[in-house]
Write a protein that binds this ligand. Structure first.
Ligand SMILES: [Zn+2]
Length: 127
């Protein structure tokens, strides 16, 4: 099958997803605005259930705690990337900041790259 360029682009564009739109849509009692959603979902989240105070962690069930996982915990669970354990000593690592600004991320990566190169150069000097 051979397309004209514009037809090909039109077919490709139809496959591109809208940004920030969920691919899974729930209806009925599972719909986000359903007043019965909290009764039927494992995490008991929904319109009929008010969010709890952060200090009642002990009162939550296993499923409720899982719903409140941090991104570090999700990273470990989904991709098996453990950033909460020190690679050198196996101790617990505490997350003190999350840097999302691309400019600052690039500055840090450039700095680390320079530092790595100078370390490699000094290793070469010793041999
Ligand atoms: Zn350590």
């Amino acid at each position: 099958m051979i397309f004209e360029p514009l037809d090909f682009i039109a077919r490709l564009v139809a496959l591109v997803l809208m940004p920030r739109v969920n691919l899974t849509r729930f209806h009925g009692v599972f719909a986000p605005n359903s007043k019965h959603r909290a009764l039927v979902t494992p995490a008991k989240q929904g319109k009929g259930n008010k969010p709890k105070a952060p200090d009642d962690w002990q009162d939550k069930t296993r499923v409720e705690r899982r719903a409140a996982m941090s991104w570090a915990q999700r990273l470990k669970r989904v991709f098996n990337i453990d950033i909460e354990t020190c690679q050198a000593c196996g101790g617990t690592v505490r997350i003190i900041a999350c840097i999302e600004d691309p400019v600052i991320v690039e500055k840090i990566l450039i700095h680390l790259d320079k530092k790595d190169r100078s370390a490699q150069a000094s290793r070469k000097d010793t041999f």
